[in-house]
Design a protein around this ligand. Structure first.
Ligand code: SF4
Ligand code: SF4
Length: 455
């Protein structure tokens, strides 16, 4: 009872909201356009309260009772804890994908607004949602969300690969490629080596980009992670950092500069952009042909989230140019693509906090691919890869899935086998050239160059 009274007395504040965001809360006209596009509402279509106009209205009502004219005269309305709990639930049924902001006719920057309101919910003790609350302690303890050991961060790197201690170019694999989706890391290292690009990685010194903290409103150790990673690159004299993870490049490009205490001298480049240049310069030698209908899932974080930061060409065209260069690939576009793509369901803390919703969204994206006639879907993000494969498995589809770098490495005839390491049990992949899916270590061996007949 004493605990209840203490919680009830806490106000819900607007402390993390800018003056522009306060105006945005009043600017929503309830037109409903965003509701047609919202991927979480697409799955939970009996819950309109999770959509932008109703979330904004609910927050406006809560704030009105606390800070409006009536509250100034008669005192703030007592917060109803059940109402706040319901509001918190509705607020976290969102992958912060941002398509609502892309279609909003009054230009509300919804992703920023959702994240700021979540930060206020966390401050009051209502957010985050379910397992999302473990992220800060996991990151504080191991500096990654998977409980991986720092000294094993590069355990995916094949022993014969060449990775330097310092170089002008760095590759930031991110936690998911390092510990859970290691084929991406192997493929990237193999491609960079095959193209004779000297590069370094931070290894033990690499900390999580901390995207998941900002997306779920838990900002307290974000600055430590931004400072640590940026300083580590500076110490190595890095001029260009390559990212093959959408969440990492969004966070490094937009969030780290907000928290980092100083000048950031290097530039952040999506790996697709770098690889497109190499392909267009004639530096890539292809050994195999894909011979499949292939479609691309634009990740939200390296798409809509950074579109206005790095531009249309780097965001949407570079990855497509790489796919178009793959020998034997028949590229098909999904109806929802580029700025209007449908989120895979992994982001915004949804994968950890609301796994059923994440699965439903992943399956919906696979259905989009099937409707486009694709035999294989691909993306440029390990987290999209995991959730779309999970969605595919849940719905029993046979659609193949592989990251862009996995396909590229195989078509270049490179050995993408993951070396023995403590995280092997978590790995899973699909055939790039064949049609086997869900291959696990010890189950079926991955296809190696020697096994492949020349095309
Ligand atoms: S960010 Fe995406 S999931 Fe969240 S409310 Fe907007 S459209 Fe829906
Ligand atoms: S599109 Fe914009 S103005 Fe219309 S309901 Fe959604 S958030 Fe409100």
């Amino acid at each position: 009872m004493a605990e209840e009274t203490k919680t009830e007395s806490k106000p819900l504040t607007t402390g993390f909201l800018s003056s522009t965001q306060l105006m945005e809360i009043d600017a929503c006209t309830n037109c409903g356009e965003c509701m047609k596009w919202c991927p979480t509402y697409g799955v939970y279509n009996d819950k309109p309260e999770i959509t932008p106009p109703l979330k904004i209205k609910a927050f406006r009502d809560l704030m009105g009772g606390q800070h409006g004219l009536r509250a100034k005269i008669f005192g703030p309305k007592k917060l109803n804890e059940e109402e706040i709990d319901k509001f918190t639930y509705d607020f976290y049924m969102c992958s912060t994908c941002g398509v609502c902001g892309s279609v909003c006719p009054v230009g509300i920057n919804t992703v920023e607004l959702w994240e700021s309101i979540r930060a206020n919910l966390v401050r009051r003790g209502n957010g985050p949602y379910e397992k999302q609350k473990f992220f800060p302690q996991l990151l504080y303890k191991d500096r990654n969300p998977y409980g991986g050991k720092a000294e094993e961060r590069l355990s995916f790197v094949p022993p014969d690969a060449e990775v330097l201690e310092s170089a002008n170019i760095a590759y930031f694999p991110g936690c998911t490629a390092a510990y859970r989706q290691q084929t991406l890391g192997v493929a990237t290292v193999r491609i960079l080596n095959a193209l004779d690009i000297p590069f370094c990685m931070l290894g033990e010194d690499e900390w999580c980009c901390a995207s998941v903290l900002v997306r779920t409103g838990q900002r307290e150790i974000m600055q430590e992670h931004a400072n640590h990673n940026v300083d580590a690159f500076k110490d190595r004299g890095v001029e260009t950092v390559l990212y093959a993870c959408a969440g990492c490049i969004r966070t490094a490009s937009i969030d780290w500069p907000r928290w980092y205490e100083g000048y950031i001298p290097y530039k952040n480049v999506p790996l697709s952009v770098y690889l497109r240049d190499k392909i267009q310069n004639g530096e890539v030698e292809w050994k195999h042909s894909l011979n499949k209908k292939l479609t691309f899932h634009d990740p939200c974080h390296s798409g809509r989230h950074i579109l206005h930061h790095i531009g249309n060409d780097w965001t949407f065209e570079a990855p497509r140019d790489v796919y178009h260069a793959f020998p034997g690939a028949e590229y098909v576009e999904m109806e929802r693509s580029r700025e209007l793509q449908r989120c895979c369901g992994a982001g915004g803390g949804v994968k950890a906090g609301v796994p059923d919703l994440a699965l439903g969204m992943g399956s919906a994206r696979v259905k989009d691919g099937e409707d486009a006639g694709a035999e294989m879907m691909s993306s440029t993000c390990p987290f999209c890869r995991r959730n779309i494969m999970d969605g595919r498995n849940a719905m029993g589809s046979k659609m193949g899935f592989a990251d862009q770098v996995e396909i590229m490495a195989v078509l270049m005839g490179l050995d993408v086998a993951i070396p023995p390491n403590p995280y092997l049990e978590y790995q899973e992949w699909d055939d790039v050239l064949g049609d086997r899916i869900c291959i696990k270590p010890g189950d079926l061996e991955p296809v190696k160059p020697d096994d492949i007949e020349g095309d």
